[in-house]
Design a protein around this ligand. Sequence first.
Ligand SMILES: Nc1ncnc2c1ncn2[C@@H]1O[C@H](COP(=O)(O)OP(=O)(O)OP(=O)(O)O)[C@@H](O)[C@H]1O
Ligand SMILES: [Mg+2]
Length: 449
Amino acid sequence: MPRVPAHIATTRHLSVAYPLATEAGLGHQGVLIGQDVLGGSFVYDPFVLYRQGVITNPNMVVFGQIGRGKSSFVKSYLWRQAVFGRRAWVVDPKGEYGPLARAWGVAPVALRPGGSVRLNPLDTGELNDGAGPGNDRQPDGAGGGAGGDEAWRRRVELTASLAVACLGRHLVPRERAAIDAALTEATERSRTAQMPAPTLPDVVESLLDPSAHAARQLRTDQPTLMEDGRDVALELRRLVYGDLRGMFDGPTTPGLRLDAPLVVLDLSAVYNSPALGVLMACATAWLQNAVQAEHRHRVIVVVDEAWAILSNLGVARWLQASWKLSRALGIANMAVLHRMSDLRAVGAGDSEQVALAEGLLADSETRVIYAQSPGEVERTGELLGLTATEAALVTQLRRGMALWKVGRRSFLVEHRLASSERVLIDTDTAMIGEPDPPLEGPAREPDGG
Ligand SMILES: Nc1ncnc2c1ncn2[C@@H]1O[C@H](COP(=O)(O)OP(=O)(O)OP(=O)(O)O)[C@@H](O)[C@H]1O
Ligand SMILES: [Mg+2]
């Protein structure tokens, strides 16, 4: 049978002949994600798209059933973004970002009660190699300048949020004043001892035993000031002597870098413990420091398995702060969830957690949807903004395929992995055996695209 010659036309003519059939794509600036199934490669960068006005916020939520490739996408995406000098902060509840961290040349920050790694939450300045802020406010209010005031303000805020995380309630004004007085004394003592920053044991000590001078400053007496700070002291004491000791109760372990290009907070040992809220309260301050200190680099903040930790109020507030601050600080946030209903399952219907979790979705203009069950799509398709065709499609997606909703536009994308990236993403080891040996440096270009 004679073959019909292929018809050849320019893309301009084709788009007129087949209007509304395909998307033009998001341009070529950014990292390659994979293949747009309607043709061509799919490239994405939230900072570029924000600059171009395609999206009005750089945040992303990734949904999908278990084992569909959500974490693999995130890991390879960060690895590819590294080529462009992007930095990343990863909150890792399962402890699965170790290979990515090692490939990037850093160690995950794996805190566990009684473990070998300590982070001094009051080290709110440069937290590298045990160095601390150099220009604290003088306890009597003299000297220090703007930078010192800023370091002081962060330290007070951090201690207050630690107390809130430990107490599980807001602070009253007396407690805030007691914290301020105790920090002033502890800072004075650490300065005299030539330490970079006070530690929590110093602050607990000052809360339990305030000086006459501190009481006079607040126009009160020592017993009253002691009583005002007592609940806070007893809760913070748990971090020093109680069940949570050994993580936050001394100077930062030398060599631990919270200003590294990639910071992985491995929560696998703490995510069922009260230490989680404490750690996330610290993470807020550290992240803000890191971002403010490094304006040149855009930062991608990832919370994998967000559903597992969102029920913790401290975590939910941390996430909300990071989402709200994204545009101001140049952060693109990413949260990974199994399904939309996870957002509602993090607390009671009228709880603050649920409101905060749902706010994340409203403030995320990029939604990456891996396979979902038909029941879930029926319940939540409308909230995700899925058309009837898209809703039918997401129930049938195979591993690695996702529907990308970027602003008002939709793309069906097959995420492609380079062979060299497989070692970064493997989560099947427990099921099928050991992964390959580690990589040498960031991949320049993934295969297949
Ligand atoms: N794009 C892909 N191409 C081929 N294989 C993939 C792809 N993405 C993931 N995989 C394989 O699927 C496995 C599971 O992927 P991954 O851990 O990313 O799933 P997940 O959706 O994060 O699962 P969970 O919900 O359990 O965290 C990986 O170990 C990898 O081998
Ligand atoms: Mg995962």
